[in-house]
Design a protein around this ligand. Structure first.
Ligand code: GDP
Length: 208
């Protein structure tokens, strides 16, 4: 079975930004979605995994209208879902985000799995759980990335991992740090596993 290589991550480039479901790119490549609360460290994790300093933008302005950002190469796509969870965002905007994310999860037939990025110090908050529930309802597989692990002691790291694994049945979970580059290979392997069976051989890309 073809597996992802470091090159598959390094060659991903910004494709487009979809502010609504009608603007999604055609579903013609296997796709992995990245989700997480704003400030959880999603952009940093994507940039680290893809070895690109500024693929996903870090520290975006809170509360700004958000979109699903797509990164692509000839083999696969990453969909960077809008960050959620800013306290002062008006309910109407929150509802718009929720509708975009849920609509995407519900209808995206090329979606192979979701990487849910959470601050290892505060995993599984409200919307994280909501997302897992939606994904579960659509039969989607999750990999939980507990990032900023460098901010925890070894004991705290293990506790966070244990608690998260126990709380979410059927999902895989790991510790990660963008700053200390902890868990990069493990995350790439997990993404490969989510894609397993959906990837084409790199020598035979599907036509556009
Ligand atoms: P996003 O909103 O989820 O995309 O989060 P960002 O990637 O923009 O990160 C939010 C903040 O957390 C920034 O100040 C980052 O520098 C910091 N950050 C992200 N990842 C890590 C990490 O692994 N370790 C530490 N210590 N800080 C991180």
């Amino acid at each position: 079975m073809p597996e992802l290589t470091a090159r598959d991550f390094r060659t991903l480039r910004f494709l487009l930004s979809a502010p609504k479901l009608s603007a999604l790119p055609p579903a013609n490549r296997p796709e992995i979605a990245f989700a997480g609360r704003s400030n959880a460290g999603k952009s940093s994790a994507l940039n680290t995994l893809c070895e690109q300093g500024n693929l996903a933008r870090t520290s975006k302005t809170p509360g700004r209208t958000q979109a699903i950002n797509f990164f692509a190469n000839e083999r696969l796509r990453f969909a960077d879902l809008p960050g959620y969870g800013f306290a002062r965002v008006p309910p109407a905007i929150k509802a718009q985000w929720a509708a975009l994310i849920e609509g995407y999860l519900a209808q995206r037939e090329t979606l192979s799995g979701i990487v849910l990025i959470m601050d290892a110090r505060r995993p599984l908050l409200d919307f994280d759980r909501q997302l897992i529930a939606w994904g579960g309802a659509y039969g989607l597989a999750f990999h939980l990335l507990l990032t900023k692990a460098d901010k925890l002691s070894r004991n705290e790291q293990h506790k966070a991992l244990r608690t998260t694994r126990a709380a979410v049945e059927g999902a895989t979970a790991q510790l990660f740090s963008a700053t200390k580059r902890i868990g990069v290979d493990e995350a790439r392997t997990a993404i490969s596993t989510l894609l397993a069976g959906d990837l084409e051989d790199p020598a035979e890309p599907t036509p556009d």
